[in-house]
Write a protein of this length. Structure first.
Length: 259
């Protein structure tokens, strides 16, 4: 009986050894200054890393993806579905971790390149990055949150912007509103996590926030690219070409302000 158990044990051990030594892909833990931050869940409609480098690449490797992200100045990089590469500065939407990183890289069968809706993600040189979930900044200096508005079919509600354009990758609510204030505006808006708009609004005139078309509050849920804990508008509805914007006015405009 004991000998039988021993034999089974050795057979299992041998099987395990074979599995390990077979060419099953493994996670690249480090590359240059990049370190693995594990397998992160992703979503095709709400990308955790917003900057797309490659889809359906026949020669994707962890190294080539991270080299592209480093060249672009990004803090995060990730490979997905065996042949996709993304970069970003924030892990957006707070999708959490995934257990589905099991696909080999199209360009190197010994490396793991994520899986379906799963990113093998990497952080550059321990640089801090933010993660969601995002919520609205309600008050900032003399500004107060007005709501989530819809710009039907691409009509731009607030047509102006800061004097010095803010790089998309640096967008936060504060940067946008400071930019609007410096340019002399009393209304500001953020869109798609990355765009900043400004205007001068007048009570009972046009443009007037009371006439802005309100969208459902959940239509604005896009994290800001430079701070994933803040909402910067909504994603663009590509079918209707509707844009959802998170809007702000100053306390001067609305004396019932929270501030
Ligand atoms: C990967 O493939 C693409 C398209 O076939 C090609 O343009 C690129 O040079 C290749 N990259 C490497 C590192 O081989
Ligand atoms: C493939 O990946 C393995 C593990 O990261 C690495 O050791 C090897 O050099 C890579 N092969 C090529 C051709 O890049
Ligand atoms: C991100 O935004 C939150 C909420 O507005 C703020 O408390 C935090 O300091 C910001 N983080 C960075 C790195 O700016």
């Amino acid at each position: 009986m004991f000998a039988y158990q021993l034999a089974v044990f050795f057979q299992l051990a041998l099987l395990l050894l074979c599995l390990v030594s077979a060419d099953s892909p493994t996670t690249v833990l480090e590359y240059k200054e990049w370190k693995s931050i594990g397998c992160q869940r992703d979503s095709t409609s709400e990308r955790a890393l917003h900057h797309l480098v490659a889809l359906s690449s026949p020669n994707m490797t962890v190294e080539s993806c991270l080299d592209s992200c480093e060249a672009g100045g990004y803090v995060l990089g990730g490979v997905e579905f065996g042949d996709e590469c993304y970069c970003g500065n924030a892990l957006l939407y707070d999708h959490g971790i995934s257990g589905d990183c099991f696909q080999a890289c199209s360009g190197n069968a010994s490396e793991l390149c994520g899986g379906p809706d799963a990113l093998n993600a990497y952080q550059f040189a321990d640089t801090p990055f933010t993660t969601g979930p995002a919520s609205n900044v309600l008050v900032y200096k003399q500004w107060r949150w007005w709501g989530c508005q819809v710009e039907a079919d691409g009509f731009i509600l607030l047509p102006h912007g800061p004097l010095v354009p803010i790089p998309l990758e640096e967008m936060t609510v504060e940067r946008c509103l400071d930019g609007c204030e410096a340019a002399g505006y009393n209304a500001g808006a953020l869109e798609n996590g990355q765009n900043c708009y400004c205007d001068l609004v007048v009570p009972n005139g046009t443009p007037n926030p009371d006439f802005w078309e309100s969208a459902g509050i959940f239509a604005c849920a896009a994290p800001c690219l430079a701070n994933a804990t803040e909402i910067c508008g909504g994603a663009i509805d590509k079918v209707l070409n509707d844009h959802q914007i998170t809007t702000y006015v100053t306390c001067d405009f609305d004396s019932e302000a929270l501030c």
